[in-house]
Structure formats: structure tokens, C-alpha cells
Ligand binder design. Sequence first.
Ligand code: DX5
Ligand code: ZN
Length: 239
Amino acid sequence: MSMVKLAPSILAADFARLGQQVAEAAQGGADRIHVDVMDGHFVPNLSMGAVVVESLRRVTHLPLEIHLMISAPDFFLEEFAAAGSDSFLVHCEGNNNLHRTVQRIRTLGRRAGVAINPATSAAVLEEIVQDVDQVLVMTVNPGFGHQQFVRATLPKIGRVRELVERRHPECEVEVDGGIDATTAPLVVRAGATVLVAGSAIFGDGRGVRAAMDALRTALNDTKPAEWSALQRSQRCSSE
Ligand code: DX5
Ligand code: ZN
């Protein structure tokens, strides 16, 4: 399923061998590397800062996608951009000036995306989706890797897809949390085209490449066409 992109999340990687793990993900055909940044405030966990991005930038050409799970993203954008970040995913929750944050990311010349938590409605994207390159639907509550996929987010992925098709079809619909060979086909059928996966890729005993192959194999018979066919027929009937 070449249309679906894989974004390995290094939160589940072996940090003592991070460069090697990212190289393995690149060999496995990763489309980008997902970097989870946590501040112990927006989420109850700490992870990594811009120094990690700076080190990774020296060893990989893959785009580095920074998922900011922090209370004050605006303060850190420049530092992360200077470290070599290619894109930023910022949460709408707790951000009273989301549009400003997105514009700051644009001013820095980086791709911008907005993330929504499981309890946040797809509707919050209505007035921002036209300004972003991607949206991130959290399929777990942010803060930790290796959590169970929240199934109630599936219909929301469909609503986000519908919104994107209507307002900004080039925008990517990405999902994050609990993605493995079982849940990957479900989210793709619902409308996702970019899958973040941490433990399913770096926590698989068979190795990173084999794990990525297994995810792709699971997607082999999955047709992401259900929503696009639906949209096409709706467009045709309204023309
Ligand atoms: C969760 C992070 C995820 C996490 C996913 O807060 O945003 O990116 O690394 O890990 P898995 O794939 O193990 O659920
Ligand atoms: Zn993430």
C-alpha cells in the first residue's frame, strides 16, 4: 500500500543506539521520523529536546517531524527549527492562539500540522485545516508509547477525512498511538494516509525492517478508497 506513509516514532527506540535505529527505519522505507517532545506538564511524562533533533539531523536525510506535547510550543519552535526539524505538530488543546502558532511555524519555513486528542472533536479543525499541511488524530491519549488503541477514534478519523476533502484535500491525515498490524487497516479504511508507529516498529523482536514489512503486509488488502469514492460521488452529485 504505497499510498500510506509510515512515520516511526523514536519514543520506542533504543536511545543508546538511536542513530542505528533510525538508519534501520530508513532502510525499512520510513517516510519520516516522528519525534515526541513532552514537557511533564501538557502530558504527564518527559521525553526529549532539540539536542536529539540536532544529533539526528547529522545522521539522516529523512524528514524529522516534531510532535510537540508541551504547554508553550511557541517558545521552542525556533530552537527546534534551528536544530533541523522539518515539520511541527502542535496540539489545539490548551492553545488559545493556535492560528498564531501555525503562522509562526510557516514563518520559519516548516510544515505545520495540528493534533487533536481522543476527546477533542474533529470540528475544531474546521477553521484551521486550510492553513496546515497535516492533521494528527491521536488514537491514544498522548504521553506514553505502547498504549492501547482507542477504538472510539475511528469514526472521528472518518469525520476528519471528510473535513479535509471538503476544505483542503492536499492536507495529510495522520494517526498516532496504538498502531500495529491489527489497527493499521482500520485507520486506513477510516481515512488515514500517514501512520505513526512506535512500539510496533521499534519494539518488535524481529527487528525494525521486518516490523515495517509486517505493517505494510497488513495493509496489502486494505483499500483506502472508501472515503475517496464516497467523496467523488458526493462531488459529482453536487456538480
Ligand atoms: C504518544 C506519542 C506517540 C507514541 C506512539 O503520546 O505521541 O507518538 O510514540 O507509540 P505507540 O505506537 O507505541 O503507541
Ligand atoms: Zn506522537
